[in-house]
Design a protein around this ligand. Sequence first.
Ligand code: ADP
Ligand code: MG
Length: 627
Amino acid sequence: MSSTPTPEVTRPAFHQAAAASASASAASAPGAPAQARSRRPLWLGLVVAVFALVPLLAGNFTVSLLNDIGIGALVALGLVLLTGIGGATSFGQAAFVGIAAYATAWLSTTQGLSPWIGLAFALLLTGLSALAIGLLTLRLGGHFLPLSTIAWGLSIAMLFGNVDALGRHTGLSNIPPLTIGGLSLADPRAIYYLIWAVVGLACLFSHNLLQSRPGRAIRSLRGGSILLASVGADAYRVRLTLFVTAALLAGLAGWLYAHMNRFVSPSPFDVRASIEYLLMAVAGGLGNLAGALVGSALVLILKNGLQDVLPMLTQRAGQLEAVAFATLFILLLHFARGGLMGFVRRFTRKRAAALPPRELSTPVAPLPHRKLPEHGTPILSVTGAVKRFGGLVAVNDVSFEVKAGEIMGLIGPNGAGKSTMFNLLTCTLPMTAGQVRFLGHDIAGMPQRKVARLGLARTFQHVKLRPHMTLLDNVALGAHSRTTSGVLKAGFRLDRAEERQILQEAQRQLERIGLGERAHELAGSLPLGTQRILEIARALAADPVLLVLDEPAAGLRRKEKMALGALLRKLREEGVTILIVEHDMDFVMKLVDRLVVMNFGSKLVEGVPSAVRADERVQAAYLGSVV
Ligand code: ADP
Ligand code: MG
């Protein structure tokens, strides 16, 4: 769905922290973040207490409604993660609810097994279905992915209505209620506690997930697969994992649904239901986990209200309800893309302070470093590189070599093919012909993420950062390939030791480039020139052997350029090899050890700066480009 609102995902906590004002307030009141954090358990305790008391005070209707809201919130939570944060719209989420509901219903009625075995079976079946569907569809780009979700959403719902063992359109009834240690949860007031405990745990899991290594990859999905590949991550795998996670949340909801209602039939799992879940996520706020709860409440309360009011006005209440929801959808997309939580945040943003993650407070051993190659050994050699874009030859038979510990410049007039050359040697683009060897590996044709994992880190001429993530998180993403924690570890917070290492590494790199103080601001708040420098920190977090920088000094002021030059020299001293495209001649000539000059896709000359400067062909090429 192209009209999916772009949410603002920063640190997607329940109370989102706007990082922009954070470092200022943290600096002026060092105790403030700690205070805010110490208030957190209090709030949480209060919320839990209110939820625990509700069934004792509220009527049957309210409790049942809250049960429905909890179940809806679980599905919507998956959609906030998948659609809101991961950027993949699903119109078929109700099908996963259905798979789980039917799985447990079938097992506990026809096979007479315990609903708890039903839970394992339901999650297994939902997970496997999501995996199969994901493998088939998640490579589809643009509008095709959402369209495919409609296709499988429709067919799975149709399947429920046509399988004899599943009771066809009459469904399955007499599903046993859940029991915990002999205690029956048949009463809505009893299952209420289970539902909301599951919702609470699912929120906590998702919250933890987002503040982690896999979470940063998920939050970067909208930045495109090239960004992820440049840090050694596989966007397809990240999306697949996210898709399965969201489906499992829907599966949990389906299992609860089946044993709460004790009856399943096809219609609550059709595409119309899927759209309702999507509406919940949009209404609550796609960029915010709490949006799932708020959205589910909003939609279900409204639905109940409409079901009460509409029959008084017309005999076609059912159809009118659909119209009312469609109107709500359109209004939301026009006026409140951030949903209700986005609206609330507009008012709380100024007061909120970004909390520097706890992981920064206790120092830990740094992440292990790569052994850098001996100074002067050739690490990268490009031989006869050719890239054609249709009839245009952007890179034409270019060969050169980069040696360990040097800064090599690649210069040439606009359109000479420099960026394309960088894309070829980082395997961001496939070569038409030629060879690239990096650290003894033949890398031409290798996936970009594998090349990145070998120790080739890059920045982009057109900055690829996540503007709604903090500087710290953007840089931490760079350490992706040096670490291993996955979704389960992250969700259950078993990744904290590694997370500490990652965040402290990111903080170190930020300090290295002089942005340490602004670690908790949003990357999007930086001027473009500084964003380029931030990309260097992200590349450094990967502990690279070779750093490939595409116009890092563009947009910097003189003093900033000098600082950048000093940083690059320091990196060279530390043994990092650098390959740089830069337009500022003065800057390049003073910085690099050797230069390759390109013009019209071909290599013009190669040599030390003084020789290149004196070369007539270079002067002609540059004059030619000016005239
Ligand atoms: P430079 O970085 O030296 O300014 P580029 O490598 O960006 O130059 O571009 C070299 C040539 O290739 C230009 O003529 C540009 O228009 C063309 N080009 C670059 N990328 C593409 C692409 N993806 N498709 C078609 N043409 C491209
Ligand atoms: Mg370029």
